[in-house]
Design a protein around this ligand. Structure first.
Ligand SMILES: Nc1ncnc2c1ncn2[C@@H]1O[C@H](COP(=O)(O)OP(=O)(O)OP(=O)(O)O)[C@@H](O)[C@H]1O
Length: 778
């Protein structure tokens, strides 16, 4: 039976020789995290720390290397087995006494005094809250030659360019750990398939009887070399992260199946994390047109508590990281320390510090690291390089909190809130904007690369504390399985069933990524021992299910809205000048033009006007819906109407504005309709969800009201004025015309009267003439 106080159980000879060369082992004691009060424990823990100080540090060392890693020789020998070899560590201790995974109790880890958690300063000088982002940017010129991978394969790069970012499915790979004993599985890497050894089928769990025993995945990997593993399963995801997509790479599998070996590796076979970091700098070197701000954080989920591994342990313990829901379903982790990294060495330092903290938190338990999920995150912000370095002026108009010159709180950890220095969740979103500022029309891309080493499930042991941990691990892995199952089911059957993300910290943290906004690669590790068939089967079923999860990763880009608006304004002015010129020339020109040419000319004028309207609309959209500011405040005023325009322009403007108002009204109606059509939450949904939905809906209504008010204030009122002015002018003209007409009518009447009078006179005179003539003739 495996006991916590056992010294070195059935360790392979190679591992034994490694252990023997280490400082003397101490009897395992209660971990510090277990709040041991015994003085002997404290003394032992002190001795353990002293022992560690003398152990050399390996930059690539990982927190789990002390779990009796295979020596270089034994790994080589696994690939080319020899009879004299020590067996590869098998599964963990089992009650039946079969070979168990070696444990190296209390393996000392080196740490320089300065790095000692107890001596750690509250704030590191590279803490993102105290540095000026503009001063720590990395670009192709600042990358040290030693920081980049010497193994760049140009053909691969070209192929990867076509591939990454386009995948809408999780990449699922299986890695089968080498073994000296009979393997229960036949892996065929060339066909990416894996088959259960028929002779071992009887060892398979009865629940899987009759189920499929051969599997196909995106990749099936064997052996001990980590380079092909990185190239196959991780490289394109790392590149996708560098290009602005969120990417998550995680290892899933039973204890001792090789998750840590795959992700962290060791000094001879660096795993995915160190290779990815080298690749990140290689990518920057090959991208001279962009500059990058890189920041890392490192955390673990231990017994459903999120611990910041970069914060001083006492601080991390007293204020564990909380998951907060941000706007738009994003996740915010706070308080969480982030360190800016500018070289491979600085990344390694951060990793080493985080790993050291994990160890210190439980001095005596070799297996502790395997009992927590660890998440290493690299936030990548990048921006096109400007033609000149940012000027002093650039900084002047950016408040110190935005330019990164932020004063840390008393404990050195940044406080999320108004200053916008919150840590983005795994989906890369942060509130309210990136630390790297979009300037001079250059937009900022933000993405997060998350590298996750999940804890392996383990059966209950005699030790109470370990059983407790095991329960937490199993619960969160079970929740992960349920979440994946529901997502896969939803995708396959086009359903929208409730996904229980909130049932564990791990799934809650992964929510944005699992919901689709990330490229995901999962490496499922398999222990090929016959005794592990049951666990391997369940790992393979998990792998099969996660393959069906649908992804739709999108780039997040924050544009420099002010610069964009300025550009639109300039273009509008130019277009207006051209329009005015054409209008002035129109009377003369039109006389010379044929009917056809006149039609073309008026079409060109309409196009110019159309473009002006389009740009005006864009200004309205950019100014009012500035996502990067994510402010709840009233949207800024839409562009004002220029009353110096010609009547033709004014008329066009009026028409376009009416059209816009109509479109806006339709948009509001359809938004209201979709708001009403939103599916109600199930009756049993947690009240937290309901409150969130109500708050979201209230926010949407407020926003709609603001938009309506904005349009009413800024467009409705001026337009009404224009209409009133035009109507007044026309009614005055009409009255004037009426007056003139009446005057003319009166004058005409008088003329008619005068004519009538004259006619009467003439008639009278005629009669008189005739009377006179008859008198004379008589
Ligand atoms: N592909 C491999 N080639 C050689 N050695 C391996 C390989 N995979 C794992 N090992 C060795 O097997 C042992 C267990 O591996 P590892 O610690 O990575 O397992 P794990 O899955 O992380 O376990 P846990 O769930 O406890 O964290 C280590 O000594 C490791 O060096």
């Amino acid at each position: 039976m495996h006991s916590r106080t056992s010294s070195v159980p059935s360790t392979p000879s190679s591992s034994l020789s490694k252990v023997a060369s280490r400082p003397p082992l101490l009897t395992p004691k209660r971990p510090l995290s277990a709040q041991s009060n015994s003085s002997s424990a404290s003394a032992d823990s002190l001795a353990a720390r002293l022992a560690r100080v003398n152990t050399p540090v390996l930059l690539n060392s990982t927190h789990k290397k002390y779990k009796a890693p295979l020596s270089v020789e034994s790994r080589k020998n696994i690939s080319k087995p020899k009879t004299t070899l020590a067996p590869v560590p098998g599964t963990p201790t089992k009650r039946d006494g079969t070979p168990s995974r070696p444990r190296t109790p209390n393996t000392p880890r080196s740490r320089s005094g300065a790095g000692s958690p107890s001596l750690m300063p509250a704030t590191s000088e590279m803490d993102v809250s105290v540095v000026d982002p503009e001063a720590v940017l990395v670009d192709s010129q600042t990358v040290e030659p030693g920081d980049i991978s010497g193994e760049i394969d140009e053909a691969w790069l070209k192929a990867a360019k076509l591939d990454h970012g386009k995948q809408d499915k999780v990449m699922v790979s299986i890695r089968v750990r080498p073994t000296e004993s009979t393997s229960a599985w036949y892996p065929t890497p060339s066909t990416n398939s894996l088959k259960l050894n028929p002779e071992c089928a009887r060892h398979a769990p009865s629940s899987s009887a009759g189920s499929n025993t051969s599997f196909n995945f995106d990749a099936v990997l064997t052996g001990s070399a980590n380079k092909p593993v990185y190239t196959t399963v991780a490289r394109s995801h790392v590149h996708a992260a560098m290009e602005g997509f969120n990417a998550v790479i995680f290892a899933y599998g039973q204890t001792a199946s090789g998750k840590t070996f795959t992700l962290s590796g060791d000094e001879d076979e660096p795993g995915i994390i160190p290779r990815a970091m080298r690749d990140v700098f290689g990518f920057i070197k090959r991208t001279p047109e962009r500059e990058y701000l890189l920041r890392c954080s490192y955390l673990e989920i231990y017994n459903e508590t999120i611990v910041d591994l970069l914060a001083p342990p006492m601080m991390a313990k007293t204020s564990p990281v909380q998951i907060q829901g941000g706007a738009g379903g994003e996740i915010v982790l706070a308080p969480l320390r982030e360190e800016v990294v500018t070289s491979l060495k600085s990344v390694k330092d951060v990793l080493k510090r985080g790993e050291g903290n994990r160890r210190t938190a439980c001095t005596d338990w070799n297996e502790r690291s395997s009992r927590s999920h660890s998440v290493f995150r690299l936030v990548v912000e990048s921006r096109e390089r400007g033609s000149s370095p940012p000027s002093e002026d650039d900084d002047d108009d950016v408040p110190s909190t935005m330019s990164g010159r932020h004063t840390p709180g008393p404990n050195g950890r940044h406080t999320p809130g108004l200053n916008g220095r919150q840590t983005p969740g795994l989906n890369g979103r942060q509130t309210p904007g990136p630390r790297l500022q979009a300037r001079g029309g250059r937009s900022v891309q933000t993405s997060v690369l998350s590298l996750i080493d999940l804890a392996g499930s383990e059966k209950a042991t005699s030790d109470k504390e370990r059983t407790r941990e095991g329960k937490y691990i199993n619960t969160s892995l079970l929740t992960l399985g349920t979440v994946i199952g529901t997502l896969a089911d939803n995708a396959a059957k086009h359903k929208a069933d409730h996904v229980p993300y909130r049932n564990s910290k791990l799934t809650r943290m992964l929510q944005p990524s699992l919901s689709g906004n990330a490229r995901i690669s999962v490496i499922c590790t398999i222990n090929p021992d016959v005794s592990a068939i049951s666990e391997s089967m369940s790992t393979l079923l998990f792998a099969k299910r996660i393959k069906n999860v649908q992804l739709n990763a999108k780039k997040k880009e924050v544009v420099d809205t002010d610069a964009l608006i300025e550009r639109y304004r300039k273009e509008i002015e130019e277009l207006k000048a051209r329009l005015a010129e054409r209008e002035a020339e129109a009377p003369v020109r039109n006389r010379r033009l044929s009917a056809r040419e006149q039609i073309d000319e008026s079409k060109a004028m309409r196009d110019l006007n159309g473009r002006i309207q389009q740009l005006t609309k864009l200004i309205l959209t950019s100014a009012t819906v500035d996502e990067s500011k994510e402010s709840d405040s009233r949207p800024s005023s839409p562009v004002k109407i220029d009353f110096d325009m010609s009547p033709y322009q004014l008329q066009q403007e009026l028409l376009a504005a009416r059209l816009q108002l109509e479109t806006q009204a339709n948009q509001i109606l359809s938004l209201e309709a979709s708001l009403l059509a939103r599916p109600p939450l199930p009756a049993d949904a947690p009240s937290e969800e309901k409150d969130k939905l109500i708050a979201e809906q209230a926010k949407s209504i407020r926003e709609l009201e603001i938009v309506v008010r904005g349009y009413e204030d800024n467009l409705g009122e001026p337009l009404r004025k224009v209409k009133e002015d035009v109507e007044k002018e026309w009614s005055e003209k009409l009255a004037e015309e009426r007056r003139k007409r009446e005057e003319k009518e009166r004058w005409a009447e008088e003329v008619v009267k005068a004519l009538e009078k004259e006619k009467q006179m003439r008639k009278k005179l005629e009669e008189e003439r005739r009377a006179l003539a008859s008198f004379v003739s008589i």
